[in-house]
Design a protein. Structure first.
Length: 492
């Protein structure tokens, strides 16, 4: 039985740890996915903000006013290419409102010229759309003469970037840095993929390639943001693990209780067998004596053996009836018939019965019972029969589980709040680990296979039931070899 319970416990522990490991891995994977999504989102917002800033600068360039007599301005553009690819150059002539694009590809013959006409009529409906289209195309080029003296507006970009992040439901803490970077390093960083756990930075974006100036955003750890995004996952996982662990502990507790009940049942069966065998053996011996030893020829012996048999059979009948009553009492609730009574008179009645039994009981066991009652006239509303039985059980246990010389002190106190009864003995004592269990049905302090004291483990269970039914409480204080003290308190 113990080996089976141990195996079940180990198996369930392994299962719980496996579920916890799976949950931890799942949450870790989910965290990494959210981190990757965060990286992609801040990167996309950064590129979008840079593009909007460049388009805004391009609009400013094209919408400038041309004053009368102003000399012709020519802007030279070139497209940034990686490697040794061809370089496209084009010129923008503000005076003539035209754009000249020239390719330097040596394989091409001739010059390809494209003219764009830019109208300055503000009332023209297509003006804004046309300007935006042209600005978007030209903003992807680098303006050599203009960019050299132009400074990037970081404050404006910070506002634009934060707006882009808020549109994506992100409000992180970040820092904008202007860095010097060679074009080949820029292309290499653009091609590199971010590694998990590395600092979160956006790819550098050119803001003044003439001076090799790039803009980059660095972010603080997004752990708080990601955990807030995963709050339902974390809460659900924690609830699931707590519920699983509780079920595991509850199941273990149930198994241990069942094991304890099984031990109590076996102990009860052993006690019952011992109790039943004694009268049966006695009656069998009496019958055998009358059959084989001539007891029938002696009327006195016959009457003696018959009386012994009658008493033992009556005892056997009482045992069977007690077992049957236990099953009935377990199904029905204890009913009280309350009345006002004097605890002092009830105690004297119960003690008198025990003193009478002690005088005619087992030789060699001396019982000394001392009673202290204050006040003598105290009254309490209780059920006379059940309360007397409860006091009787406490005194009976004190006598049965004590050495040859029994000393019992009974103290009765009453006040306006209630009535208190203390029963103290010099018996064997009860280990502290059994102080709660002794009030369970059928429980007896383990003594191995020895059963020197007769009983079924129902006395203290009945006492607690009676006391609690009266709205009171019962407490025990005991140590092995130092006796026991039982305290009953019942409100008035």
């Amino acid at each position: 039985m113990k080996q089976r319970i141990r195996s079940i416990f180990v198996l369930m522990t392994v299962c719980i740890l496996g579920v916890m490991a799976f949950q931890a891995y799942w949450l870790y994977t989910s965290y990494r996915l959210h981190e990757q999504q965060f990286r992609r989102t801040v990167r996309g917002a950064f590129i979008s903000a840079v593009e909007k800033q460049q388009i805004s600068d391009a609009r400013i360039l094209f919408r400038g006013e041309v004053k009368a007599g102003e000399p012709r301005r020519r802007f030279h553009f070139r497209q940034l290419e990686s490697g040794d690819g061809p370089e496209d150059q084009f010129s923008f002539n503000r005076f003539n409102d035209s754009v000249l694009i020239q390719s330097t590809d040596s394989k091409k013959v001739g010059i390809k010229v494209m003219n764009y006409t830019v109208r300055r009529q503000v009332r023209e409906p297509k003006y804004s759309v046309f300007i935006d289209t042209l600005a978007r195309k030209i903003s992807n080029r680098l303006i050599v003469n203009w960019a050299g003296n132009h400074s990037f507006n970081l404050k404006k970009f910070d506002s634009t970037y934060r707006a882009e992040l808020l549109l994506r439901d992100i409000d992180p803490t970040y820092q904008l840095d202007t860095i010097q970077l060679k074009p080949e390093l820029f292309m290499r960083q653009m091609e590199e993929l971010p590694r998990a756990g590395s600092p979160i930075k956006t790819p550098p974006m050119p803001i003044n390639p003439v001076k090799n100036q790039f803009l980059q955003a660095s972010f603080a750890s997004p752990t708080g943001y990601i955990l807030r995004k995963m709050d339902w996952l974390l809460a659900g996982s924690a609830l699931l693990m707590a519920l699983t662990t509780w079920c595991f502990l509850y199941m273990v507790s149930t198994i241990l209780k069942q094991k304890k009940l099984s031990e109590i049942k076996n102990d009860f069966i052993n006690n019952m067998t011992h109790e039943l065998k004694t009268p049966i053996a006695t009656v069998s011996a009496a019958v055998e004596a009358m059959q084989h030893f001539g007891a029938l020829d002696d009327p006195q012996k016959t009457r003696t053996y018959l009386n012994i048999s009658k008493n033992e059979l009556q005892r056997l009948s009482d045992l069977v009836e007690k077992v049957l009553n236990m099953a009935v009492d377990e199904k029905k609730e204890l009913e009280l018939n309350r009345e006002w009574l004097k605890p002092a008179d009830l105690i004297q009645e119960v003690v008198g019965n025990h003193q009478l039994k002690a005088q005619s009981g087992t030789p060699g066991k001396q019982v000394d019972i001392e009673i202290e009652t204050a006040p003598e006239t105290a009254r309490v509303q209780a059920d006379r029969l059940h309360l007397a039985n409860a006091i009787n059980n406490l005194i009976d246990n004190a006598i049965k589980y004590s050495p040859d010389s029994v000393r019992i002190l009974i103290n009765s106190r009453a006040d306006d709040a209630g009535w208190q009864l203390t029963v103290e003995d010099n018996g064997n004592g009860i280990p502290k680990m059994y102080h709660e269990a002794i009030f369970d049905r059928f429980f007896r302090v383990p003594t191995g296979n020895l059963h020197p004291v007769k009983g079924f483990g129902l006395g203290l269970s009945y006492v607690r039931q009676v006391v609690e039914k009266h709205g009171g409480r019962i407490e025990v204080s005991s140590e092995p070899g130092r006796g026991s003290v039982f305290v009953i308190w019942i409100p008035t």
